[in-house]
Design a protein around this ligand. Structure first.
Ligand code: 13P
Length: 249
C-alpha cells in the first residue's frame, strides 16, 4: 500500500510572520501519522516554519530550487541551502514556473537529479492546458513531460519521486477535474512509469492530483486507485487543509 502524501503549495503567499501563524494553526489541527504531510512554503518562510513544525511529523518543502549547487545565480536558492534548512521535499516544474518563468522540461530534469543527489524528494508537476484537453492530447502531453522529467534516472531514484498531476485549467479556478478524469491521467502516468522502469517501480511511485482540491472533494479523489494524495494550493492556506489531510486517513 502506498502511503498518501498531502502537500500544501503556499505559492507566493504569507510573510515570515504570517507564515509562522499559519503553521502554528495548521499544526494544531493536523494529525500527520497516517499520511505524509508537507508544507511547501516560500523560500523566506522556510526557516520560521521549520522551527514551528519541528517534531510534529509534518515535513518542510520548498517550491523551487536551482540545478547548480552554488555560484553567480542572483536570486536563486540551492539544494544545499534547502538541505541545511531541513527541507525534505521540493516542488519542481510547477506549471506556473513553466509558464511565467520559462522553465523547460530540461531544467526540471536537471533539478530533479540535483535534488535526489542530495536526498531531497522532488514533487514533479505535469499537466495539460484546457486547449490540450479539448483537442484530445492530454495523455500524450503528460507522457512527454514525465519522460523528459525522468530522463536518465535509474529505477531506484525514480521511485522516490512524487508526481503531481495538475491540469492547468483546474488550478485556482474552483473547477476540479472529476475523480474519473483525474484517475484516468494518473493511471496513464503510472503506465508510463511502468514502461520506463517496470511494474515494481510503477506500483511504488506516488502520484498526486492537484487543482482546486478542497475539504469536500478530497475523499472522492483519494478513493481512486491511482491517486495517492494531493498537491493543494488555495485550500492549503486555510484550516480546511486539515480536512483534506483527514480525508486521506
Ligand atoms: P489550487 O489548489 O489553488 O487550485 O492550486 C493547485 C496548485 O497549483 C498546487 O500546486
Amino acid at each position: 500500500m502506498r502511503k498518501k502524501i498531502i502537500a500544501g503549495n503556499w505559492k507566493m503567499n504569507k510573510t515570515p510572520s504570517e507564515a509562522a501563524e499559519l503553521a502554528k494553526l495548521l499544526k494544531s489541527k493536523i494529525n500527520a501519522e497516517r499520511a505524509d504531510v508537507v508544507f511547501c512554503v516560500p523560500a523566506i518562510d522556510i526557516m520560521p516554519v521549520g522551527e514551528i513544525i519541528k517534531g510534529s511529523g509534518i515535513a518542510l518543502g520548498a517550491q523551487n530550487m536551482h540545478f547548480e549547487e552554488s555560484g553567480a545565480y542572483t536570486g536563486e536558492t540551492s539544494v544545499k541551502m534547502l538541505k541545511d534548512a531541513q527541507v525534505e521535499y521540493v516542488i519542481l516544474g510547477h506549471s506556473e514556473r513553466r509558464e511565467y518563468f520559462g522553465e523547460t522540461s530540461d531544467d526540471v530534469n536537471k533539478k530533479i537529479k540535483k535534488a535526489l543527489e542530495h536526498g531531497i524528494i522532488p514533487i514533479m508537476c505535469c499537466g495539460e492546458t484546457l486547449a490540450q484537453r479539448e483537442t484530445g492530447v492530454t495523455m500524450e502531453h503528460v507522457r512527454i513531460q514525465v519522460k523528459a522529467g525522468f530522463k536518465g534516472l535509474v529505477a531506484e531514484d525514480a521511485q522516490k519521486v512524487v508526481i503531481a498531476y495538475e491540469p492547468i485549467w483546474a488550478i485556482g479556478t474552483g473547477k476540479t477535474a472529476t475523480s474519473a478524469q483525474a484517475q484516468e491521467v494518473c493511471a496513464g502516468i503510472r503506465k508510463t512509469i511502468e514502461e520506463l522502469y517496470g511494474a515494481e517501480t510503477a506500483q511504488k511511485i506516488r502520484i498526486q492530483y492537484g487543482g482546486s482540491v478542497n475539504g469536500k472533494n478530497a475523499a472522492e479523489l483519494f478513493a481512486m486507485a491511482d491517486i495517492d494524495g494531493a498537491l493543494v494550493g488555495g485550500a492549503s492556506l486555510k484550516e480546511e487543509f486539515a480536512d483534506i489531510v483527514s480525508a486521506a486517513e
